[in-house]
Design a protein around this ligand. Structure first.
Ligand code: PBE
Length: 308
């Protein structure tokens, strides 16, 4: 399923986007070439057309809070980051894209939207959105003693942006998240074997992972949850709000999560809870957040947004 040429093309395209996004310098060069007169951009008045609204996601998300900070720091008077959900943001983006209308969304990578649409991050010279991030795995204190096999698997869990993108694309194309996870696991036995190497099977021990219904986390949590199920765990995955997810692991109500974006996006939550949970380190490198627009928009930087 993942090997069809079309899909391969989409995934390679996405990887290139991430690569460019990851090396800010290269991206800058490319967009400057596309848009020789960046001073032209200053004349483009998108604000009114967009009702001075940035299409946000859940207000508890780090990227939402960073977007509000950006409005402040760039002096975008009159602009508002509208609370929504990740799903509604994606729908709004798809609709605007179809009609070639301007839209600004709070975006992140890895994400399937870069494979489906031609998009770009707005430059962020004040670095309000931070740089490249790593997604960490966090577990509750005591998990190593209570469920050593699960602890080992969660500790070993590590994959590439391209892996998660494959799962996300399947889900956005209509696959049930659990089925997409199982398919990815079947197609990537070698990778999964590294996570479960030397780990004994268990018989029905209960484990609860928490996550937020962001596309990235739906994909990753379903994959690691299914891997744990395959070695014999009785796995529950529970969607929560961002802050509640952190709190649940810190208080030991939940066993773990694979959704901690650091150092920037969830930096404050990490600071708040770091003494009460166990950081198992990165499970994915090269993640990123920012303001994302369709490439057909004649604007390159947050600084170029017109104020009311
Ligand atoms: N996200 C996806 C999250 C982290 C993962 C970028 C929407 C956030 O902003 O908190």
């Amino acid at each position: 399923m993942f090997t069809s040429l079309k899909r391969f093309g989409i995934i390679s395209g996405l990887s290139a986007t991430l690569l460019l996004a990851a090396c800010g310098g290269a991206e800058d060069d490319a967009s400057n070439e596309d848009n020789k007169n960046s001073s032209d951009n200053a004349d483009v008045k998108y604000g009114e057309e967009m009702n001075y609204a940035i299409t946000g996601i859940e207000p508890g998300a780090g990227v939402f809070q960073a977007a509000e900070k950006a409005v402040e720091e760039y002096g975008l008077d009159g602009w508002e980051v509208q609370a929504s959900s990740s799903g509604a943001m994606a729908t709004a983006l798809g609709e605007a894209y179809e009609n070639e209308e301007p839209i600004i969304v709070t975006g992140w990578s890895p994400h399937w939207k870069f494979a489906k649409y031609d998009l770009k991050y707005l430059e962020d010279p004040k670095e309000v959105f931070g740089g490249e991030e790593t997604i960490h795995t966090m577990v509750r204190e005591g998990l190593e003693d209570d469920l050593p096999e699960a602890y080992a698997v969660l500790d070993n869990f590590e994959w590439a942006a391209e892996d998660l993108e494959e799962v996300m694309l399947e889900i956005t194309d209509g696959a049930n998240p659990k089925e997409a996870a199982s398919e990815w696991i079947e197609a990537n036995e070698d990778k999964v074997a590294e996570w479960t190497e030397g780990v004994d099977e268990v018989s029905g021990d209960k484990i609860e992972l928490v996550y937020v219904e962001w596309d990235t986390e739906i994909g990753s949590t379903n994959v690691i949850g299914t891997v744990l199920e395959n070695i014999g765990y009785d796995v529950t995955i529970t969607p929560l709000d961002n802050a509640v997810m952190w709190e649940a692991v810190a208080t030991g109500e939940a066993d773990g999560m694979v959704a901690a974006w650091l150092p920037g996006t969830h930096g404050e939550l990490f600071e708040q809870y770091q003494d009460e949970l166990v950081d198992l380190g990165g499970n994915l490198e090269g993640a990123k957040i920012g303001l994302v627009v369709p490439s057909y928009m004649n604007i390159d930087s947050i600084e170029d947004l017109d104020i009311k």
